[in-house]
Design a protein around this ligand. Structure first.
Ligand code: FAD
Ligand code: MLT
Ligand code: ZN
Length: 472
């Protein structure tokens, strides 16, 4: 029966786009963090939406589950198959065309397998900004960004991927093609199907194309690193920048001393340029469509106010684009430094800004009391209240042994603190298979059951990414 399916798929896609040999499948089976490895009956590489539709229909007939996959950079194992070897991976990388840039509507229509960086570059070539920006942009794909509702470093000004999307094309669990590709900024015609598919992590439909918003390209950007002694000052600094720079504030990223110490250990060229690597380093970016001088003067004025109010003790403004890029690289390399250090305990959380100070002080104290010597690698998109509150074992302690023993209690501690502050246990990375067991307790029964009802209505056969996000 399975041979029949592979033959039918090969006839539909072309044999070379149906990978069934182990060495060919291997690159698609392990997630970026190397936390999950699965098996697959085949890896399929379709080129068109019609081919995706044919795949879904054939798999539905043969009761074979499909794991949609983009750049496979997700952090929750959503794009990794299970261990049965009975699921197929549907990787969208060959569907990488930018179909259109509509300059009047300020939109870009592109296929799901388009690499994020390619989309940014294409937009920039036409004097537009496509604002979605994250460390994985060289390999993650628009379909994956939409399916995870990715966040990144520009959210405080332009919103999450959801906020950037106007239209979608989706292949449903029945293999039908839903054309929701109108690039409208207003459309109140009943339930919002687009928003249902965004963030559904491949469990409700396969995104094949999208209409995304574009913005005018800023002509001037200034980037600075500043030193703060404590989290309260860092939050007060955010408030100051939000009030004074308003929409010109396009980046506000926080890195703790321990995060940058780890970075320097693995990437000595990424050492913190601020004297003594202070307790908190904040990367701030202002962008403007007016003159260079206007935004530079504004930045200097706000920094002076911050010094006067004792919110910061040091600051360095990037003098050119290359230095600004170095600051951003330092921020983005923390994830890579953590990966080099060994498997680490990641918590991607959001806390309301009003509780962020007490969250960090209390959680840090609890962690340090219960797990002496651990390193709290806390960094993230502070402007969104989004912390990557990660825990690494004390130096010299084996990561695997530490994690085996302490992962669960540490996670329970952090999540209890998140609940106390009415935060979220997944700010931007999604649920996948990593957090599926935590969802019911976190969302509450009503919300969880509503999610299950939606899954059952849209995918009654449970063939789209089963046992990810919610199990039915
Ligand atoms: P994949 O990992 O391939 O898939 C992710 C999920 O989406 C899976 O459940 C998959 O089944 C589903 N999916 C993929 N494509 C489709 C499709 N076409 N239709 C339906 N479902 C689909 N994330 C952030 O939010 N912010 C960050 O700042 C950030 N920084 C990162 C930095 C690094 C160095 C790395 C490695 C990752 C980072 N991530 C970040 C996580 C990751 O890059 C994002 O989640 C990204 O959106 C995933 O895109 P992808 O194409 O790799 O998707
Ligand atoms: C980031 O903001 O750098 C990413 O979300 C990656 C991470 O959490 O490590
Ligand atoms: Zn992040």
């Amino acid at each position: 029966m399975m041979t029949g399916l592979i033959e039918q798929l090969s006839a539909a896609l072309g044999k070379q786009y149906v990978l069934t040999e182990d060495p060919d499948k291997a690159p698609y089976l392990t997630d970026w963090r190397k936390r999950f490895t699965g098996k697959a009956l085949a890896v399929l590489l379709p080129k068109t939406t019609e081919e995706v539709s044919t795949i879904v229909k054939l798999c539905a007939t043969h009761h074979v589950a499909i794991v949609p996959q983009g750049g496979h950079t997700g952090f929750c194992g959503g794009a990794t198959p299970d261990n049965t070897g009975k699921q197929i991976i549907l990787n969208l990388k060959r569907m990488n065309q930018i179909r259109e840039i509509d300059t009047a509507n300020q939109t870009m229509t592109l296929e799901a397998g388009c690499i994020l960086q390619a989309a940014q570059e294409k937009a920039a070539a036409q004097d537009f900004l496509f604002p979605l920006s994250l460390g994985a942009e060289g390999s993650c794909m628009i379909g994956g960004n939409l399916a995870t509702n990715a966040g990144g470093t520009n959210v405080l000004r332009y919103g999450n991927t959801r906020d950037l999307c106007l239209g979608l094309e989706v292949v449903t669990a029945g293999g039908e093609i839903w054309n929701g590709m109108k690039g409208l900024r207003k459309d109140n015609t009943g339930y919002d199907l687009r928003d249902l598919f965004i963030g559904s992590e491949g469990t409700l439909g396969i995104i094949t194309a999208a209409v995304m918003k574009l913005y005018p390209l800023p002509i001037s950007q200034w980037t600075t690193l500043v030193a703060a002694d404590n989290i309260a000052s860092t939050i007060a600094l955010l408030t100051l920048f939000q009030r004074r720079a308003t929409s010109l504030l396009t980046g506000f990223e926080m890195m703790t001393q321990e995060s940058l110490t780890l970075n320097e250990k693995h990437f000595p060229q990424m050492a913190n340029p601020l004297k003594g690597n202070p307790p908190f380093t904040v990367l701030i970016e202002l962008s403007d469509h007016e003159s260079e001088d206007h935004v530079r003067q504004l930045l200097e004025t706000i920094l002076e106010e911050a010094f006067t109010a004792n919110l910061i003790s040091d600051a360095v403004i990037a003098s050119n684009l290359s230095q600004a890029n170095t600051f951003w690289h330092m921020r983005e390399h923390i994830t890579l430094a953590q990966a080099q250090e060994g498997a680490n305990l990641k918590h991607d959380i959001t806390i309301p800004l009003s509780s962020l100070d007490s969250f960090i002080l209390e959680t840090d104290a609890l962690i340090r009391k219960n797990y002496p010597g651990v390193r709290i690698i806390n960094f993230g998109h502070l402007g969104d209240g989004n912390l990557h509150y990660n825990i690494a074992p004390p130096p010299g302690v084996d990561h695997k042994i530490f994690n085996l023993k302490h992962e669960k209690p540490i996670q329970e501690l952090v999540y209890a603190q998140v609940e106390r502050c009415q935060g979220s246990i997944s700010a931007e990375h999604g649920v996948g298979q990593l957090k599926i067991g935590d969802l019911r307790a976190h969302k509450g029964e009503v919300a969880h059951d509503l999610m299950k009802s939606i899954k059952m209505a849209l995918d009654p056969q449970n063939i789209l990414n089963p046992h990810k996000v919610v199990s039915i």
